[in-house]
Every structure is written in C-alpha cells, then in structure tokens.
Design a protein around this ligand. Structure first.
Ligand SMILES: *Cc1c(COP(=O)(O)O)cnc(C)c1O
Length: 413
C-alpha cells in the first residue's frame, strides 16, 4: 500500500459527515483525546445548561421543579432517548443507578425467572466489576447459585441446561474484539438461559440492535461514549416479555407503583420503572440528557462507519510507521470484528502511555502491557489519528520512554 500522507487524511476530514459535531464539544487546545472510551469529552452546551439549572430550575423552583421542570420523569425520558441508540423500544430502557448496581438487580431478577437453574456464566476478560458483582450475587444466594468465570473460547461448552444467565460485554475492553451478539444470544437462549449484555463500551460507539438479536437484558454506563460526564448515571434494558413478572432485589420507593401513597407495603411499578430504587441524581441526569441529545441528529450507522475507518487508519499508519519498534496489534484487524478502540501490546506499554500523555496524546494503559486508543467519532478528526501516530513514531524512534518508570504507580491509569 502506498504511504498515506497527512494531506490524504485531511481529505477524509473534509468529507466527514460528522465533522460538524466536533464544535459541540469542549476539547482542550493542543490535546489529542483518545480516552473517550473511559470518559467522554464534555458537550459545550453543558456549561450554560448547568447555569440555567442552578439559576432557573433548582434556584427558583425548588421542590416544584420535580413537576414544572420535568425532573420526575427523567429516568424514563432519558432512557427512551438511549433506547433509539440500542435498537430498543422507549419503554424498555430506564436510566438509573450505576452499571454495577444494575447488573446486580438484573442478575438476581434473572435467577428469579429461572428457578431450578443455578449457574451464572461470564468471561474472564469481561470488565472486572461484572465478575465482582456476580460474586456478590452468588454469595448472598448461598448455595442457590454458582458463578462460572471462563475464557471466551470455553463459553459455548460451559452454557448448559443448568445455566440461568450469561453476562457478556460485546466488546473486550482490552483488545476491542467484538462478539457476534446475534449468534451468542441465540446460542444462550437455545440452552434455555437468558443473556445480559453489558453495553458500556458499545452504546454510542457502534451499532447495537437489541430487538433484532432478541436480547433479554442489557445495562451500560453513561460516561464513556455517551459523554454524560464523570460518574454519569447508567441505564438498563428489559425486554417487554420479562417486564410483567420481574422481581428485583433493591425494592426502593421510587420503584413502587405509587411512591407518594407512602404505603408500608411494597407494590412494584409497571414496566422498567420498578427497576428504580431511590431518588435519581437530577443534576447528573441533566448532563447525561444534554449529551445524549447530541446523538439525536446522527444515525448510529454513520458513527460506526467513521469509527471503523478511523480504526483502520490508525492500524495502517502504525503498521507502516511503527513496525520496527516492538509494537504488536492486539485489536482485530478486521473492523467488523472490532469495537471503537485500537489496542497494541508493548513490553514498555506503561511508560509509553505516560510519555504520550505528557505530549498531550491522551490514551490509557491496561495491565500488563496494553496501550489503548479509544475512538470517538462524534468529536475526533481523522487528522487526530495521524497526529497521534506521528507522536508515537517520534517516541518509539527516540526511545525516550525507556528513561521513565516502567511500573504503574498512578491510581488511575
Ligand atoms: C465501564 C464499565 C463498567 C463500569 O461500571 P460502573 O458501575 O459504572 O463503575 C461496567 N462494565 C463495563 C463492561 C464497563 O466497560
């Protein structure tokens, strides 16, 4: 393949139908941000939105704001907007709690549907909180459930007639490798088990169609590709067919059929509303809603297409220019098998990431040797990829990273 030039890449930016969205985000000058898979950039409109919230909503309306400002229905309203991004119906998604807590609620609910079955299955390479939470579920259910944490390759042979639930992330957070969601869902359901998809690395990054694959449950976070802000609330999805009889363990008053009846007896609300627990964080949800609204003018197919092209560009440039320096591609080369990130392995991964961050190329490190570049089509340019690779080439050529600490010390890497 002929060497790609920066001018070629500039042409890609000029032809990019999503380019107009970049100005909707606050992006620090001179910084190349490749960490939107960890924390999304801030939509510019948030500053004014929060000022309005303080001055006009909370400041003036105080408690009346629950009604006059539509605070009360936010979990359902914002959930409905996220539903469009994951191929769900509006009344199948609700914004609430954190991803971790939502996994807990839905895992217990799933076991309730499958009495007689005891196994929960997940993969070793899933984001660790999923495993930790499922361990917690199994511990509480002492003896009535067991957790099988297996390598992805062993998944199919582990799922059997004893399996109640399989918890999976479509994207491997280290390598970026994608599961075939439709095929996995069908295999799981053929065994009579249910599936819970953790969409934290998927929603807002690539196409997901929960109806087409007939998924049972899903969860995901609001602060990665959805750009809802640090610690933004999470969301969950329950297919219509499971809503009526679902029993979740955190039966708080906001999941009650009539919270303000203040009855001492719990009676679950209809639909996904029963998955609510306590009062939602309105300020955080205001930010999330503003961020999700930015997806209102784009199709996820466009986002996915740009993500794949940016990833392909990154990989081609790295192959052409970094091949001699011990950098190995960890992500699948085929973009249809890859989520919205490109990962490499390098023995000096930690020091390389620290050096890149110092040069304002913001990426991250995942133990033991993974260098991760998240790709966020809403606000990144193709030339960001070019410039990041340029920086990486300079660093590898000079060997300057070797002078740094080679071991992780920072709390957040
Ligand atoms: C980021 C992420 C989470 C985060 O969970 P929190 O409860 O929001 O901290 C969970 N699962 C996956 C797959 C993730 O990528």
């Amino acid at each position: 393949m002929p060497e790609i030039t920066r001018a070629d890449v500039e042409t890609l930016d000029q032809q990019d139908p999503l380019a107009r969205l970049r100005t909707a985000f606050e992006l620090p000058a001179n910084q190349l941000y490749f960490n939107g898979n960890s924390l999304g950039a801030m939509p510019r409109a948030i500053s004014q939105r929060l000022r309005d919230f303080a001055e006009k909503e909370w400041g003036q309306q105080i408690v009346r704001g629950w009604v006059t400002q539509g605070w009360y229905e936010m979990p359902q309203r914002v959930g409905g907007k996220i539903a469009r991004l994951i191929g769900a119906a509006e009344d199948e998604v609700i914004v609430t709690d954190t991803t971790s807590i939502n996994i807990f609620k839905l895992a217990v609910a799933a076991l309730g549907f499958k009495s007689g079955r005891t196994k929960i299955v997940t993969t070793r390479d899933i984001f660790p909180t999923d495993i930790y939470i499922l361990e917690g579920v199994v511990n509480i259910l002492a003896g009535r459930a067991e957790l099988c944490v297996v390598e992805s390759e062993k998944l199919c042979s582990t799922i059997d007639q004893q399996t109640a639930l399989v918890v999976l992330s479509p994207v491997n957070y280290k390598s970026g490798a994608l599961f075939d969601m439709a095929k996995m869902t069908a295999q799981i359901q053929t065994q009579g088990a249910m599936v819970l998809w953790d969409l934290s690395h998927s929603c807002g990054a690539h196409e997901v169609d929960l109806h087409r694959i007939d998924a049972d449950f899903a969860v995901g976070c609001g602060y990665k590709f959805l750009n809802g802000g640090p610690g933004a609330p999470a969301y969950l999805y329950v297919a219509h067919r499971w809503q009526q009889n679902l029993q979740q363990p955190l039966t708080g008053w906001k999941g009650h059929a009539a919270p303000f009846a203040m009855s001492p007896e719990y009676r679950p609300a209809e639909g996904v509303t029963r998955l609510l627990c306590g009062t939602h964080p309105v300020i955080a949800m205001t930010c999330l809603e503003q961020a999700v609204d930015l997806f209102g003018t784009v199709e996820m197919s466009q986002v996915q297409q740009k993500s794949r092209r940016m990833g392909d560009l990154f990989i081609t440039l790295a192959e052409q220019r970094c091949a001699d320096y011990g950098l190995t591609l960890l992500s699948p080369k085929d973009s249809t098998c890859r989520g919205s990130q490109v990962s490499f392995q390098h023995p000096g991964g930690y020091a390389i990431v620290q050096s890149l961050i110092e040069k304002n190329v913001i990426c991250d490190f995942r133990a033991p040797d993974v260098v991760r570049f998240g790709i966020t089509p809403l606000y990144q340019k193709y030339t960001d990829v070019w410039d990041a690779v340029e920086c990486l080439v300079d660093l590898l050529k000079s060997g300057a990273w070797q002078e740094r600490d080679q071991k992780p010390s920072a709390t957040v890497t």
